[in-house]
Design a protein around this ligand. Structure first.
Ligand code: SF4
Length: 343
């Protein structure tokens, strides 16, 4: 079915959200602010001095806010690059950085650490992309290689119709061969970037989970089938594609579920066209998990026993090793060892 204009699938995606747009006074003059206002002409606009006055308020309820997210437009004033966390995969790249182009995510996965990290379920979008690009260009000037994750604490592709961050960074990567970008997503919204020519130093990384897990624990995300279709399009167009089987969840019958899942993925996708696969079990900062458990009792995936090592809560070593080994062996039926990363 062809869709167009304001009645499109695009606006449906946000139909429960963004009834209010908080905008920093300093953000008002930016073209991205104007762009967002045009996208949501009926949203109530509230001018504020600093996004933290709204986002960091105490006694907010993350999940209640997720049900009807408000949008906050802000100017990022510092910290345009962060050093990558040891809990996140660096795929062997020594200069691993990430940035925060926006805070929070359209989706609502039960296991998402953002619930424990942020005081608010609302979404912040930073409108000064040029400052991020300039700071990154400055860092790249010395000629050293950099591995940069641009969709780290969010899912940029799901928001591409609101602010085209992915477009900007893909074009930026084209001009900076010493930069390798990873754009990680659960979105099926490949169409949002399909007009761009693939560039070898951008990896489109899709996080995939078995269909039954996606349905129950990855709320609001596209189905496995929709994601596989998006990946197929990306691969056909010539993009470098990474698959992330992460987090593996210790659910009943997990061996059977993950065996079937890996088979389904590699039946749908040509393994030769996949750069690599990463595998990792459920894990998050132990403080965040503690906070999330205090807020919600409705999701069993948050209550599996964990061990805490250096502030990271994850499955006990025997469970972790068993799961990673099992899924690794399934993936190895399709890919050589050097293209499979266990985290
Ligand atoms: S897609 Fe990622 S960032 Fe978004 S809710 Fe799920 S786990 Fe969190």
């Amino acid at each position: 079915m062809r869709r167009s204009g304001n009645g499109s699938a695009r606006s449906n995606r946000y139909r429960h959200h963004f009834s209010h747009i908080y905008v920093e006074r300093d953000a008002l003059a930016y073209p991205d602010t104007e762009r967002v206002f045009r996208k949501f002409p009926h949203a109530r606009r509230i001018v504020i001095d600093h996004y933290k006055a709204v986002f960091n308020r105490s006694n907010q309820h993350f999940q209640q806010q997720k049900a009807s997210m408000k949008l906050i437009l802000a100017v990022k004033r510092d910290h345009f690059l962060y050093a990558g966390s040891p809990a996140a995969p660096d795929f062997g790249h020594p200069n691993f950085f990430y940035n925060a182009l926006m805070l929070n995510c359209l989706y609502n996965c039960d296991y998402c650490y953002l619930q424990g990290m942020y005081p608010s379920g609302n979404t912040v979008m930073f409108v000064n992309s040029e400052d991020y690009l300039a700071a990154t260009a400055q860092k790249l000037k010395n000629g050293e290689e950099m591995y940069l994750c641009i969709s780290y604490d969010t899912d940029l592709l799901a928001f591409e119709h609101i602010i085209p961050y992915a477009h900007r960074w893909i074009q930026f990567a084209r001009q900076h061969p010493n930069l390798l970008i990873e754009l990680r997503t659960k979105s099926a919204n490949f169409n949002a970037i399909k007009t761009l020519k693939p560039v070898t130093n951008v990896i489109l990384a899709w996080t995939l989970s078995p269909a039954s897990i996606t349905k129950i624990y990855e709320k609001k995300t596209p189905s496995l089938k929709a994601r596989l279709n998006a990946i197929k399009k990306a691969m056909t167009t010539g993009w470098t594609v990474r698959l992330c089987f992460d987090p593996l969840l210790h659910v009943p019958d997990w061996q059977e579920i993950y065996t079937e899942f890996v088979e389904q993925v590699f039946t749908a996708l040509n393994p030769e066209k996949i750069q690599d696969v990463s595998i990792g079990v459920f894990r998050m900062n132990s403080g965040y998990l503690h906070r999330i458990r205090k807020m919600r009792e409705d999701s069993p995936v948050l209550y599996h026993p964990v061990d805490v090592v250096e502030n990271v809560a994850t499955y006990p070593q025997t469970v972790k090793a068993e799961m990673e080994d099992w899924v690794y062996r399934q993936v190895r039926k399709y890919l050589p060892d050097d293209r499979v990363f266990a985290l």
